[in-house]
Design a protein around this ligand. Structure first.
Ligand code: G3I
Length: 382
């Protein structure tokens, strides 16, 4: 990576850790003391788990109190948007603005945090010019160039790459359950093999992940996704395509979503583990749009879902990582109307989906996570 931008005056991890309780308490709230004592990264690490959060370059540059909380709690960060192709592309092949991604990567390196790469190919954030390229050969070239550029740029500092994000969509009606979208249209199902092989050639050490959503709950649509995903993994392995891990997004709802069947979830995770793959919970959060307005009630329902989900998921020793899609309700896609009209509350109250509230105070969801980590069986770190 070329010189990452490290804004002056930003909190550093060593200062936060050296300052300990005092620094954190000054940064946030009365309950910060308990939160530091039981820092999620520490509780997770004691069980061989890596705990982390999504973050953005904008937050790193402008919210020192939040950064202090991240440094105290997280062992890993992942850019929420700053490495997505469409987000960094300046309108033509090969013209990308890497500064936001470099800010996140520089922050991780300088703070001693692990770094996930999110993501190399995602149908939803592909630059508009890609579909208009005049030939299959040029589209293939653009995919290879994108992957080589990103994986090469961050080689040696990325723990895991979401190589293809959300490749499954059974509703599209294909027998293999693959999503009928831009890369499949351009290159056929082999685009997956091309992507993972290219990534492996560019960095032999980063774990290569298939990241997928709506695969943990008990609903026919989610069962169809699970079946299709397992089928894809089988097919990739038979073809010798390098894939190391499955990323499970887990954007859950406190109320109003399909039920969670712990037994079903455990079976699915065991099926993945049976393929010799590790499992990463990559985007955990719990929205509360169907829960009552009362904050204590909402926070209890949100915490309950965190607890039930993690208690079941962490029983599986192949689960090596838990990442929440943000750390504080101050910064969440669920509270930004432009990113999530679907999960907006009818009463217009801001949702409370993460372990810390908008004032950076630990919530019942934090306690639920801390307890789930504390109860989890020890595993070999992955
Ligand atoms: O930063 C601009 C702002 O300048 C502009 O005024 C505003 C108005 O549209 O948009 C802002 O950018 C938005 C950005 O989030 C930051 O808020 C984009 O429009 C919006 O598309 C983008 O949404 C992101 C979404 O992925 C699409 O990339 C969410 O933040 C992000 O949390 C979400 O994350 C995804 C994972 O990558 C994959 N899995 C699902 C997950 C949730 O959808």
């Amino acid at each position: 990576m070329n010189a990452a931008r490290l804004p002056a005056g930003r909190p550093r991890r060593r200062d936060v850790l050296a300052g300990g309780l005092a620094a954190l308490a000054a940064a946030s709230s009365p309950s910060a003391e308990a939160a530091e004592t039981e820092a999620l990264r520490r509780l997770a690490a004691a069980k061989g788990l890596l705990y982390g959060t999504a973050i953005s370059a904008g937050q790193i540059d402008s919210d020192p109190a939040f950064v202090r909380l991240v440094l105290a709690q997280a062992g890993l960060v992942v850019p929420e948007n700053d490495m997505k192709w469409r987000d960094i592309n300046l309108g033509a092949p090969g013209h990308d603005d890497h500064r936001p991604g470099d800010t996140v990567a520089g922050f991780a390196v300088e703070s001693g945090l692990a770094l996930r790469g999110h993501n190399l190919l995602w149908y939803f954030r592909t630059p508009p010019w890609f579909g208009a390229l005049p030939s299959r050969a040029e589209q293939r070239r653009a995919v290879i160039d994108r992957i080589r550029a990103m994986v090469g740029r961050y080689r040696g500092i990325i723990h895991s790459w979401d190589v293809v994000n959300e490749p499954i969509e059974p509703k599209d009606g294909r027998p293999d359950g693959l999503r009928q979208a831009v890369f499949l249209d351009a290159l056929g199902p082999g685009y997956l093999d091309l992507a993972y092989r290219t990534a492996r050639e560019a960095d032999s050490k980063a774990l290569l992940v298939v990241n997928e959503y709506d695969i943990v709950l008990d609903a026919p649509g989610q069962e169809a996704r699970r079946t299709a995903l397992l089928g894809l993994l089988h097919r990739m392995q038979s073809a010798g395509t390098p894939v190391d891990a499955v990323g499970i997004e887990a954007h859950l709802r406190a109320l109003g979503g399909p039920p969670l069947s712990p037994a079903r979830l455990r079976r699915f995770l065991a099926d993945i583990a049976g393929l010799g793959l590790t499992i990463q919970i990559t985007e955990l959060d719990v929205s509360d749009e169907f829960a009552p307005a009362d904050i204590a009630t909402r926070d209890r329902l949100v915490a309950d879902m965190y607890r039930r989900f993690l208690d079941a998921a962490l029983d599986e020793p192949a689960v090596k990582m838990v990442v929440t899609w943000g750390l504080s309700d101050r910064h969440s896609w669920i509270v930004r109307r432009e990113t999530n009209p679907v999960r907006w509350r009818r009463d217009e109250l801001p949702s409370r989906p993460l372990p810390f509230d908008a004032e950076l105070r630990a919530k019942p969801a934090f306690t639920a996570m801390a307890e789930a980590f504390a109860h989890a069986p020890v595993r070999r770190p992955g």
